[in-house]
Design a protein around this ligand. Structure first.
Ligand SMILES: [Zn+2]
Length: 341
């Protein structure tokens, strides 16, 4: 298409030269020049717009790997669903992606996938059509988060996750986080393995499979809550009961406490040196009572202890690492922290 435009452009330039050579009438020549200039401008505009027009229509026909993460009853009484997709290398620019989402889902985050497997800055999306989410990307993959409703009957819950798309999925993986206050959790298809995450929660991995375009992937999850408590609340309740938390956690907090104490001592020492050097200079001229010298550093060391930091027990939903109670972003992966700030 572009090549043809170039041909047309060069032909019209050639014809301009021919007409100039044949006709010597200055008025006709200038008119011809004017029209050929218009023609060249038009062709240039078309050439500039052509790539944008064609790329807007291009779309991906396969996802190399798609990981579905279902975190039910995590920070809301619904299913926090994260879709992490990666495209095969050598994809065209500006891929338009249509991802199926359940009706009634509230889309929370649409972001590109970074090389380290975490989400990048949020990007624009269109969820005006029920049951689908559309966005355009140049990136290696995507990170989508939404909350989907589950079926609740008393304390028992049923989740039925479904994926059906016009895009081939070469490898579909699914992981289900077992709510902290849930008793037995079962999946259909049956899980392949259950592992304990850095947050102490159980993660059920579903065997990977290929999902060709048009076919349906269905995952059923059933569990019963011992009491209807969200995992995030249950985790902070748990940390309130046990004083120290996990050894790794307390080790981390002790480092922080030591660092703060060291900082305060360092500031005190510097202040002491400054004050004593100042007062010794003055003392040479006019001796002063030593009482004031001692009073200053003592007031410096009585800064409030970092009590709030120690009893933190929240975890990043994206990477599973602990986050502080006042942290708005994960210190490990930079993802915006969920739940009550
Ligand atoms: Zn994180």
């Amino acid at each position: 298409m572009i090549a043809r435009h170039f041909q047309a452009a060069s032909q019209s330039i050639v014809s301009v030269h021919r007409t100039e050579a044949r006709k010597n009438d200055p008025a006709r020549t200038s008119m011809w020049n004017f029209f050929s200039l218009l023609a060249i401008l038009f062709i240039l505009i078309v050439l500039l717009l052509a790539p944008a027009m064609t790329s807007a229509q291009s779309s991906v026909d396969n996802i190399e790997r798609l990981e579905v993460r279902l975190w039910p009853d995590f920070d809301r009484p619904s299913v926090l669903t994260t879709l992490v997709g990666s495209f095969p290398t050598g994809m065209p620019d500006q891929n338009m992606i249509i991802v199926p989402v359940p009706e009634g889902a509230s889309v929370h985050v649409v972001a590109p996938l970074r090389d380290d497997g975490t989400p990048g800055a949020e990007m624009d999306f269109d969820d005006s059509t029920p049951g689908q989410l559309t966005f355009t990307t140049n990136e290696i993959g995507f990170w989508i988060e939404y909350y989907a409703p589950y079926e609740a009957d008393g304390n028992s819950r049923n989740i039925s996750y479904q994926w059906q798309s016009a895009i081939d999925v070469d490898q579909m993986d699914a992981v289900v986080q077992q709510p902290l206050r849930a008793s037995v959790l079962t999946t259909e298809p049956a899980e392949e393995s259950v592992t304990t995450g850095p947050d102490g929660l159980l993660y059920h991995s579903i065997p990977a499979r290929e999902v060709p375009a048009g076919s349906t992937y269905l995952l059923e999850v059933d569990y019963t809550m011992v009491e209807p408590t969200l995992t995030q609340d249950a985790l902070s309740q748990q940390s309130g009961l046990s004083e120290a938390g996990t050894p790794e956690e307390s080790g981390l907090d002790w480092l922080l406490v030591v660092a703060i104490v060291a900082g305060v001592v360092a500031i005190g020492a510097v202040a002491w040196i400054v004050i004593t050097s100042r007062s010794t200079k003055k003392r040479v001229a006019k001796p002063r009572p030593v009482r004031r010298v001692g009073a200053r550093p003592r007031s410096m060391t009585t800064s409030p202890p970092p009590a709030q930091e120690v009893q933190a027990n929240r975890y990043c939903h994206a990477c599973g690492n602990p986050v502080g109670p006042d942290d708005r972003f994960c210190r490990s992966c930079g993802t915006a922290v969920k739940g009550r700030g």
